[in-house]
Ligand binder design. Structure first.
Ligand code: ADP
Length: 225
């Protein structure tokens, strides 16, 4: 079992790229933010505890995140989905790096490497503030770069598009501040271990994906494309 950490600020395209990598490698995707949002939609007490922090753009307590990650790994193991895993949004501070080290050792997972997507702040704000998605089919849009044909409606099924509660300008600024102060230092830990690759992420999904796979394919032992 191998793991990849997809790292980067909010809006850097981790979710988009993770979906493509999942398709390419057949690995599982563990996105802590998605897990909290799903748990919240089920009224799971864990997420209810985290809700106010998420709304404010702050980090959820490490212990809570660690518990969720462990539970998800156990679930993947039970389902036999144990080839590889892509971490997205975890680890998000230096303490979580230590927790993940322990989890990987316990579960016998080898860290293939860490890829950090780099995007300038102003573009991040634009991407996040303009983002919405279809609750029915999951298709994502951006009012600046990739608007739906009819404002507020999904092109595919006509559903009313929704935005994430934390995708408003004030919370976005706070998420970027938290990223700079608490999350970005994680990069230096992995750089120091020789496990980091940095990838420019400001252009479209396809060129970013090509850069990513040029780095990750050799890590996974895949050289065929
Ligand atoms: P972003 O688009 O800001 O990267 P995510 O979808 O990854 O957001 O996460 C949304 C929110 O969930 C975060 O702002 C934070 O409150 C919480 N969260 C997600 N992952 C973690 C984590 N590893 N540690 C602490 N809080 C987290």
């Amino acid at each position: 079992m191998q793991a990849l950490i997809l790292f980067g600020p909010p809006g850097s395209g981790k979710g988009t790229q993770a979906a493509r990598l999942v398709e390419r490698y057949g690995w599982a995707h563990l996105a802590t933010g998605d897990m909290f949002r799903e748990a919240l939609s089920r009224n799971d007490p864990v997420a209810v505890e985290a809700q106010d922090l998420m709304k404010a753009g702050r980090l959820v307590p490490d212990e809570l995140v660690g518990r969720m990650v462990r539970a998800k790994l156990q679930q993947l193991k039970n389902e036999g989905r144990w080839d590889g895993i892509i971490f997205d949004g975890y680890p998000r501070n230096v303490a979580q790096v230590g927790h993940l080290d322990a989890i990987l050792t316990e579960c016998g997972i080898a860290l293939a490497g860490v890829v950090a997507l780099e995007v300038e702040d102003e573009l991040l704000v634009k991407r996040l503030a303009g983002r919405c998605s279809c609750p029915t089919c999951g298709k994502t849009y951006n009012i600046h770069f990739d608007p739906p044909r009819t404002a507020g409606r999904c092109d595919t099924d006509g559903s009313t598009l929704v935005c994430r509660l934390d995708d408003n300008e004030q919370t976005i600024r706070e998420r970027l501040r938290v990223y700079r102060e608490q999350t970005r230092p994680v990069i230096e830990v992995y750089r120091g271990r020789g496990q980091l690759a940095v990838v420019p992420g400001s252009d479209g999904p396809q060129p970013v994906f090509e850069r990513l796979t040029a780095i990750v394919d050799p890590w996974t032992g895949r050289h065929d494309r």
